[in-house]
Design a protein around this ligand. Sequence first.
Ligand code: GLU
Length: 334
Amino acid sequence: MVAAVTKQLNKNRSMDKKVTLAQLKEVVQEAYDQVKTNTGGKNADYIPYLANVNKDLFGISVCLLNGQTIHVGDTDYRFGIESVSKVHTAILALRQYGAKEILDKIGADATGLPFNSIIAILLENDHPSTPLVNAGAISACSMVQPIGDSAKKWDAIVGNVTDLCGSAPQLIDELYKSESDTNFNNRSIAWLLKNYNRIDDPDMSLDLYTRQCSLGVTALQLSIAAGTIANGGVNPVTKKEVFDATLASKITAMIAAVGFYEHTGDWMYTSGIPAKTGVGGGVMGVLPGQFGIAAFAPPLDGSGNSVKAQLAIQYIMNKLELNVFSNNHITVVD
Ligand code: GLU
């Protein structure tokens, strides 16, 4: 009887819906056209290189799980990956240590505080809370194997980004220098973590973190990385298995919890897609089992999130009624 009632309710309240490739393309173009002229926000300027990036650059890219991509605008421009790289290195740490050890040593909690919060480290007295804020990302760099060997750790970090994106990123030397010269807050974080015995070598861990943030990637590459997560660890374009399928829901849960830092709740509520931002202007979203999406535009809101990238992704999700929390079963078809 209960089963029958539940079945009836489900029948009434959920819906199978198909979104065609043509519809998706049309809506991505609409999102681009609508958002392109928005003048809100301003480039990050606490890292001098970022202040000088052309503020009018804008691109949107979607990677479907069959490897097809849809791209509009400046999707081939290489911008600083910045904090989106936290997702990539969290995946590497998950691959090397497994889900339980990462939860125990770093955690998967939202801090509810800005990305570079020092007070968040003091409040969480047992671990840095999540690899997707600065403290946890520096900890993840410290954990990357082989421990103690900076060159080999760097190779592992770049190799993992390459596998996720389906092609190699390129270090933006000028950004790396600019960020290394000015990362005083992150130096404090690294040494505070050392004080609490949460990382091994603060200088090495911070340098690896700063270098990974300075990798240049395109929106197309980020959409493929997101597509790899949405596809359970298999890169939809190269077909390479990058990580174990069981880790896909773990990384997506982390992104959903803290991808927009202290505004993650608002983001999830208004967009319905777990996504990670970076102060370079990139946003990378994962719709599990459907697609990966990335948008890029340098001007940021007050919390360090790209204004146009947010608007574009929100537009696409809402227009197509796609939502990770929806009880509708929506599939993107050819
Ligand atoms: N490298 C930047 C920092 O640590 C990343 C911040 C971000 O993209 O949110 O300040």
